[in-house]
Design a protein around this ligand. Structure first.
Ligand code: FES
Length: 88
């Protein structure tokens, strides 16, 4: 099962830089050669506007205050998830 990452690109999150988060995530996945293991998609408003830039890691809600914070969370979650996957 691929890991699924969804980034909100609704107007509130867009204003908070969600396009940059999406772009950065795509760059990370490419650099780490995880494009086959991770599905990255944009989504409409997640109805959590105002919390930060909103996104989901495998269906779990995440809010990040900056691109850097989002990147840090993404890297940590990826490391945790891939460590526990049977593929190793
Ligand atoms: S615009 Fe992202 S949660 Fe509403």
């Amino acid at each position: 099962m691929p890991i699924e990452i969804t980034v909100c690109v609704g107007s509130s999150c867009h204003v908070r830089g969600s396009r940059d988060v999406l772009k950065r995530f795509a760059e990370i996945l490419k650099a780490e050669r995880l494009e086959d293991e991770v599905v990255l998609v944009g989504s409409f408003c997640m109805e959590r506007c105002g919390e930060g830039t909103n996104w989901k890691f495998n269906g779990e809600d995440v809010s990040s205050g900056s691109v850097e914070a989002a990147e840090e969370t993404l890297r940590r979650r990826l490391a945790e998830t891939l460590k526990n996957s049977p593929k190793g």
